[in-house]
Design a protein around this ligand. Structure first.
Ligand SMILES: *[C@@H]1O[C@H](CO)[C@@H](O)[C@H](O)[C@H]1NC(C)=O
Ligand SMILES: *[C@@H]1O[C@H](CO)[C@@H](O)[C@H](O)[C@H]1NC(C)=O
Ligand SMILES: *[C@@H]1O[C@H](CO)[C@@H](O)[C@H](O)[C@H]1NC(C)=O
Ligand SMILES: *[C@@H]1O[C@H](CO)[C@@H](O)[C@H](O)[C@H]1NC(C)=O
Ligand SMILES: *[C@@H]1O[C@H](CO)[C@@H](O)[C@H](O)[C@H]1NC(C)=O
Ligand SMILES: *[C@@H]1O[C@H](CO)[C@@H](O)[C@H](O)[C@H]1NC(C)=O
Ligand SMILES: *[C@@H]1O[C@H](CO)[C@@H](O)[C@H](O)[C@H]1NC(C)=O
Length: 351
């Protein structure tokens, strides 16, 4: 049967997110990160110090079964051949309605965003996590330069959908990474702000998000997922999200993306904690991301019989000051006024 035209598939213009498209309704979704395409899922690859920009995002140099059907396959780049392969997984002759594949690029925010956030939250509170930053403001610019290079020299496919955590360090990183790239008209940079991609919710104000009005004022072109609330309904001053709740949220936000977004090539700008939970939900091996790092995953999603979602404890108490901190510094983190120190620990951290 010669009805599958792979050369045409490669050239076909990807559809923009189709309003109302839905998949796996009334089903549960089983995710697998498909091994053999990116070095990051190989146990032999050490995540410590791994740099996507040294190895073409980790895309393995290999052949694909679809190569032989590509016109002038020898002249195609690894990314072009991989794109044709993935396209075939989703639309080829062997496609199953209960299975879909996506390529997710999960990025951890970079720096270059703290000025905006500091002016928003105020210096003492900001310092409670600012002091812990690793990285020096170059990560988002590095990603920006690397994407430009990959698009130009490697014909890497453009993202069809973008998502970002609502927290400033991500909305800003997404902007710095993508906003000035010359993208074709059918692949505009219009990220959707999605609550489920925010960081594990600690008591620190760095995990409290801006209101919707403020985000849309900063980034007028960004879209919001349906139901995105004006103010932060999830952050709590004295309780933090449990690990079990974070894991469940990560699975739920991925389910939502796979249920509602027809597109294949997807960029997610998020944080270290939620990225770890996303990888776990995708059944990828642990691969911790340092600031500004980006990990691609080829995901197979299979609609399976509905499974109940277990009930988990959503929040647990956390150390905090009972009132705004007096100040903060690198050696001590948050410094509570002595009369308000509720608990001995007020850790810093900038996930
Ligand atoms: C989900 O996928 C895994 C392989 O990744 C498989 O072992 C498991 O049986 C699947 N579960 C269901 C309910 O299909
Ligand atoms: C694939 O080959 C290219 C060119 O030799 C090299 O730059 C790249 O690092 C290789 N990719 C991996 C994942 O080893
Ligand atoms: C492949 O690229 C080379 C060099 O750019 C060119 O000379 C050749 O015609 C190309 N082959 C095909 C089949 O397109
Ligand atoms: C910033 O970080 C990069 C990468 O880690 C490093 O190469 C560079 O020297 C750093 N620059 C400064 C001014 O610290
Ligand atoms: C990116 O940020 C700049 C500076 O804040 C802003 O002018 C621009 O509208 C933003 N672009 C997008 C696409 O977010
Ligand atoms: C949204 O946040 C901005 C910045 O902090 C603030 O000025 C504004 O009053 C807030 N709006 C609402 C409706 O809370
Ligand atoms: C940090 O703040 C505490 C409390 O104000 C102070 O005693 C300490 O000297 C400060 N440390 C540094 C390095 O500034």
């Amino acid at each position: 049967m010669k009805t599958c035209n792979f050369a045409a598939a490669l050239l076909a213009v990807a559809p923009a997110a189709v309003a109302g498209w839905s998949w796996a309704q009334g089903k549960s979704i089983n995710f697998t990160s498909v091994p053999g395409y990116f070095v990051q899922d190989d146990e032999a690859t050490d995540p410590t110090g791994f740099d996507y920009a040294a190895v073409n995002f980790g895309l393995i140099n290999r052949t694909y079964p679809t190569d032989k059907r590509l016109t002038a396959a020898k002249n195609k780049t690894q990314w072009q051949r991989f794109e044709a392969f993935v396209k075939d997984l989703n639309s080829g002759c062997h496609r199953k309605a209960n299975v879909q594949y996506k390529v997710l690029f999960i990025g951890r925010h970079g720096e270059g965003w703290h000025n905006a956030a500091e002016s928003f939250y105020g210096t003492p509170a900001w310092n409670c996590y600012w002091a812990e930053l690793d990285g020096n403001g170059t990560a988002a610019y590095k990603a920006n330069a690397y994407f430009k290079d990959r698009y130009e020299t490697q014909k890497m496919p453009y993202f069809q959908s973008y998502y970002t955590s609502p927290l400033s360090r991500c909305t800003v990183t997404a902007n710095l990474t993508f906003a000035d790239i010359h993208l074709p008209a059918e692949h505009p940079f219009i990220p959707t702000v999605k609550e489920g991609f925010r960081e594990g919710i600690s008591i620190h104000t760095c995990d409290r998000r801006s209101n919707k009005t403020y985000i849309s004022h900063m980034f007028p072109t960004y879209k919001f997922e349906p139901g995105f609330s004006e103010t932060d309904q999830l952050w709590r001053a004295t309780e933090e999200e449990t690990d079990a709740a974070l894991a469940q949220r990560a699975k739920a936000v991925l389910d939502d993306v796979f249920r509602t977004d027809k597109n294949t090539w997807i960029s997610i700008t998020a944080h270290s904690g939620i990225a770890g939970a996303l990888l776990a939900a995708l059944n990828h091996r642990p691969f911790s991301l340092s600031t500004g790092q980006i990990i691609p995953v080829l995901v197979k999603a299979e609609a399976v019989d509905l499974r109940p979602t277990p009930t988990v404890q959503p929040y647990e108490p956390s150390a905090t000051c009972r009132a705004p901190p007096v100040t903060s510094n690198a050696s001590q983190g948050c410094v509570c006024a002595s009369t308000t120190a509720a608990l001995p620990r007020a850790t810093t951290g900038e996930p």
